[in-house]
Design a protein around this ligand. Structure first.
Ligand code: GRF
Length: 198
């Protein structure tokens, strides 16, 4: 099977990126990681890319806090195109994407979010679930559209909230499930896209 060329965008520790790389390396996911891009200069996700020998780049984000400068976003599109990227996976990328990226990669950008969307979009979704007194939360893989943590849902997994959970303990258990789910869905998309191109 032809391997799907993926690009990963992240701003932080990169544990999902690591899980994806491990599943590619073990042969479970028929993808090829072509590039990792971060808007944070010293983000650990860039170190993970280096450890796995994946080309990586810091993208100075510009003057906004929650989005990229429009010209920067155009530049990101070019970087991903130059790397031959067919699918973009957001892995803790803390900026909302806009038209340049969404137009360049229609239904080719996915994200993982730590709640059962449409519940609790936005920051620290596990804290939101705890504060709301939920008994169950989880994580969602979805296509990215112009709204925050919105777009067609590809898959969800539940995580039970335990009586003594703290934000940290709950987030840690959600992440364990994320590390299973995200590579698995990327693997499914690799198969789907390679069949479409046959
Ligand atoms: C994950 O919890 C993901 O759901 C959210 O950001 C976090 C990224 O964590 N979108 P990591 O950088 O992959 O460890």
């Amino acid at each position: 099977m032809k391997r799907l060329r993926i690009g990963i965008l992240g701003s932080g520790k990169g544990s999902n990126c690591l899980a994806i790389f491990e599943r590619i390396r073990s042969g479970d996911v028929a993808a090829e990681a072509r590039v990792v891009v971060s808007d944070v200069l010293d983000a650990p996700i860039l170190d993970i890319a280096r450890e796995f020998g994946v080309p990586n780049a810091y993208l100075p984000p510009g003057r906004f806090r929650t989005r990229l400068e429009p010209e920067t976003e155009e530049h990101l599109v070019q970087m991903l195109r130059d790397a031959g990227v067919e699918l973009v996976a957001l892995a803790g990328f803390m900026r909302v994407l806009h038209e340049p990226m969404l137009k360049a990669f229609p239904r080719r950008i996915i994200n993982i979010h730590p709640s059962l969307l449409p519940k609790f979009p936005g920051l620290e979704a596990w804290k939101q679930a705890l504060a709301a007194g939920e008994k169950v939360t989880g994580c969602t893989v979805h296509y990215v559209d112009e709204k925050i943590d919105h777009g067609q849902i590809l898959a969800q997994r539940e995580v039970t909230i335990l009586p003594h959970d703290t934000p940290e303990s709950l987030h840690a258990r959600i992440q364990v499930v994320e590390h299973e789910l995200y590579p698995a869905i990327i693997g499914e998309l690799c198969e789907r896209y390679s069949e479409e191109n046959r």
